[in-house]
Design a protein around this ligand. Structure first.
Ligand SMILES: Cc1cc2nc3c(=O)[nH]c(=O)nc-3n(C[C@H](O)[C@H](O)[C@H](O)COP(=O)(O)OP(=O)(O)OC[C@H]3O[C@@H](n4cnc5c(N)ncnc54)[C@H](O)[C@@H]3O)c2cc1C
Length: 449
């Protein structure tokens, strides 16, 4: 493996991710050592070091797993050209998705060499393909090459993970089996109810290649074959399969359409002017907007490096529509905090939420953060867990503290609600103002005057 300067800089910005990465590399080294193979580590620019390694090991073919974000795809193309110029064969595998982008693209009736921009037809194509396996193609050779030490967390200003938290394939698969035995059977609810903390928690392991999506899907299929499952439990397993298909969908979107990490997919929305900033941007970043569901999500992310998927939707919608701030600002802010490292999924999901990406919804998906809290955190458990200032507010008062604190019986020091921020915007007014601006922008040009 080559630790290149770009990667080092990226990891140094996010110590929690750096610690996870170093843990993943140490597990890989241990797994290889168990097969009698050493992991060779080099530091330097990718192109120069990769060519040097190929020469030293007298390799005839170089293989690696494809990437799905614009920057890495461009690097991969450079590298491929450099290897081919040097007379080496390149074998690029689509190892991250369960179904390779070319496989689904080939299903289209009029295949023009591009992929899908809408999830529903993609899912039909995805379901019709058989999942390949690559493992059998790998043979290990014994070559004695110099190696640098494994990357260590302190290089990135990070602390090493406790042994129990060091990720490995064996641990992830055993956790996933336990998940499939019970919690996965209620996944449909878990996906929307953040207090339950019962989604699969796979994003970091998948993004660092600790487990393969194909292995996970094979285990879900095996569980699905249990004849004693109830209809609702089957529906949950189907939803989990669909979530992994959604991952493949965004990866293929990156593969076929992402020419730059910042390019908006929908041509008609490229000129839509989101703001780059807002007086409440810092409040959003630090979970102090005065909207508890948004703030709980942002604080969970800051504290753990992960945010529940429902909270992601609501917090991202709040940034784009209530504050009118560009999705790229939000994506980059989360990138500094999330442990998972999958830029194609970050860009795809942020564009989708902001209504400029793969989703062709007629209206922007503006979530009402108070209603979302009432529907998906009715007892306020999630909000209380992440916002200590609100921990003592009783019952559903916690979901709309500004309104509740105004009530005299709750305006007691005991509840300490005053320490919590007042709402930074009037949601109803800002949502309607955004819709008005959006309607004018999307109206045919000659009707705008
Ligand atoms: C604004 C926004 C930004 C996001 N940014 C990222 C990101 O940077 N990296 C990332 O991996 N996911 C991202 N997601 C997708 C999703 O929220 C996370 O994958 C999920 O929260 C991870 O937790 P989990 O493994 O418990 O998910 P589960 O719900 O248990 O799903 C299992 C797996 O399915 C896949 N999956 C589920 N939902 C999606 C989805 N919407 N898109 C693509 N794959 C999905 C993931 O690989 C996930 O690990 C984002 C979603 C939104 C709305």
């Amino acid at each position: 493996m080559i630790v290149e300067p770009d990667l080092e800089r990226r990891l140094a910005r996010n110590p929690r991710r750096a610690a996870y990465y170093c843990g993943a590399v140490s597990s890989l080294a241990a797994a290889l050592a168990a097969r009698g193979v050493a992991l060779i580590v080099r530091r330097g620019t990718l192109r120069a070091e990769a060519l040097r390694l190929a020469r030293e090991s007298r390799a005839a073919t170089i293989g690696w797993s494809a990437a799905y974000d614009a920057a890495t795809i461009a690097n991969d193309r450079d590298l491929q050209a450099a290897f081919e110029e040097a007379g080496l064969r390149v074998a690029l595998a689509h190892d991250a998705p369960a179904i390779a982008p070319d496989e689904t693209a080939a299903v289209r009736a009029h295949d023009d060499g591009t992929g899908y921009r809408a999830f529903t037809p993609y899912l039909t194509a995805w379901r019709s393909r058989t999942r390949a396996t690559y493992g059998a193609n790998v043979r290990y050779a014994l070559v004695a090459l110099d190696s640098n030490p494994l990357p260590s967390p302190d290089t990135f200003g990070a602390e090493a993970l406790a042994d129990a938290d060091v990720p490995s394939e064996a641990k992830t698969l055993s956790a996933f089996d336990a998940y499939l035995a019970g919690p996965a059977l209620a996944y449909r609810t878990a996906r929307s109810v953040p207090a339950e903390a019962a989604t699969a928690r796979l994003s970091a392991a998948l993004s660092f290649g600790i487990v393969s999506a194909r292995t996970l899907l094979a285990r879900i299929d095996a569980r699905y074959a249990d004849r004693f499952l109830l209809a609702e439990e089957r529906a949950s397993l189907a939803a989990l399969t669909r979530a992994l298909a959604q991952r493949d969908f965004f990866l293929q979107l990156g593969w076929f359409y992402e020419t730059s990490p910042d390019l908006v997919l929908q041509t008609r929305m490229r000129a839509f002017a989101f703001a780059r900033s807002h007086p409440a941007l810092e409040a959003w970043r630090f979970g102090r907007t005065g909207f508890p569901f948004v703030d709980a999500g942002m604080r969970q992310l800051r504290a753990t490096g992960w945010m529940h998927p429902r909270a992601r939707l609501v917090a991202a919608s709040f940034l784009c529509y209530d504050l009118g701030v560009d999705w790229r600002v939000g994506r980059d802010a989360w990138d500094d905090l999330l442990v998972e490292d999958e830029p194609a999924l970050a860009t795809g999901n942020w564009q989708w939420t902001a209504g400029v990406g793969a989703d062709l919804a007629q209206y922007p998906r503006i979530f009402n953060p108070r209603k979302q809290a009432r529907w998906f955190d009715p007892a306020g458990t999630y909000v209380r867990r992440w916002i200590p200032e609100l921990a003592n507010l009783p019952g559903a008062a916690v979901l709309d503290p500004a309104a509740s604190i105004a009530r005299p019986q709750l305006a007691l020091p005991l509840f300490d609600g005053a320490a919590y921020a007042a709402p930074v915007v009037d949601h109803e007014a800002t949502a309607r103002a955004f819709l008005a601006r959006y309607a004018v922008f999307t109206r045919p040009r000659d009707e705008r005057r």
